[in-house]
Design a protein around this ligand. Structure first.
Ligand code: PAF
Length: 282
């Protein structure tokens, strides 16, 4: 494994890979790796010649200073986990000053309202921050494929749009959400939960399954009320949103169209920790 902290080192290595006509797979992360990230790395190793994992807590995608401050970090453990997947994965873990000038300039993108829905309503400018760092990484690594998890489905729609806006030739590979045994979607933020709240957070996926099972049986209003009541009855749990949206545009629709597909997104605050998840319902 090679660990790089400078863009110039990456550039040299990427140029060599391109000269040798080998394919590059990129797995961007903010570290504090879990089995979800490792599943992305495994997919990348299976389908690309050279695989890069990036570990960088990107400040421009945090609208909340405390969230950024509390974001879990554990680079030593991250490197050990990566080594277990393959000795050949390269890691890029730069300082903030290597990726940004002192003003932390954030690019503004026309995401065609994809960034105004769901997470975008609660996290001002979050997706411009994601777009800014992902475009910097795509331009540095020139990946043939980039791997992202379905748990952050809205992010995958944003990156799909970013690829079109910037005309990147990178293929976006979306990998299934990896879950705890109780159904809780793996997330670096789970490290911030107490053991008991982690157990209770099983309610999030249980309610998503309930949504899927009842989607065609009753109104979404009834489904929403049932979920809100059950989640908010757990102490320190608060439903931030539960939304039924078009799977492509991520917009709410007045009427369900037999030809469209739909997804339900959920965000629950557990003692202030944001947990998100989603399920395809049709
Ligand atoms: O999903 C994440 O961990 C981050 O949003 C990403 C894509 C690494 C950009 O910082």
């Amino acid at each position: 494994m090679q660990l790089y902290t400078l863009k110039s080192q990456v550039e040299t290595s990427v140029q060599k890979t391109i000269r040798l006509e080998k394919t590059i797979g990129l797995v961007p992360t903010m570290g504090s790796l879990h089995q979800g990230h490792l599943s992305l790395l495994k997919r990348a190793v299976e389908s690309c010649d050279i695989v890069w994992a990036t570990i960088f807590v990107n400040p421009t995608q945090f609208n909340n200073k405390n969230d950024l401050k509390n974001y879990p970090k554990n680079i030593k453990n991250d490197l050990e986990l990566i080594l277990k997947i393959s000795k050949n994965i390269n890691v890029f873990s730069p300082e903030i000053s290597e990726m940004y000038d002192s003003e932390l300039k954030t690019e503004t993108f026309d995401f065609q309202n994809l960034d105004k829905e769901l997470e975008g309503k609660y996290r001002n400018n979050h997706f411009n921050g994601v777009g800014t760092i992902v475009s910097k990484l795509f331009e540095l690594f020139k990946p043939n494929k980039a791997f992202f998890g379905e748990k952050d489905f809205q992010q995958t729609r944003i990156i799909n749009r970013l690829i079109k806006i910037k005309n990147y030739s990178t293929e976006l590979v979306i990998c299934p959400t990896v879950r705890e045994q109780n159904g809780l979607a793996l997330s670096s933020r789970n490290a911030l939960l107490s053991t008991i709240n982690k157990e209770k957070a099983a309610v999030i996926y249980n309610k998503l399954i309930y949504c899927k099972e009842n989607f065609e049986k009753t109104s979404f209003k009834n489904i929403y009320n049932n979920c809100k009541e059950e989640i908010n009855s757990i102490s320190h749990f608060e439903l931030e949103y539960l939304e039924l949206v078009n799977n492509e545009s991520l917009e709410k629709e007045q009427k369900i169209d037999a030809n469209n597909s739909y997804r339900i997104f959920i965000c629950v605050l557990v003692n202030g920790v944001r947990l998100i998840d989603n399920i395809l319902v049709k």
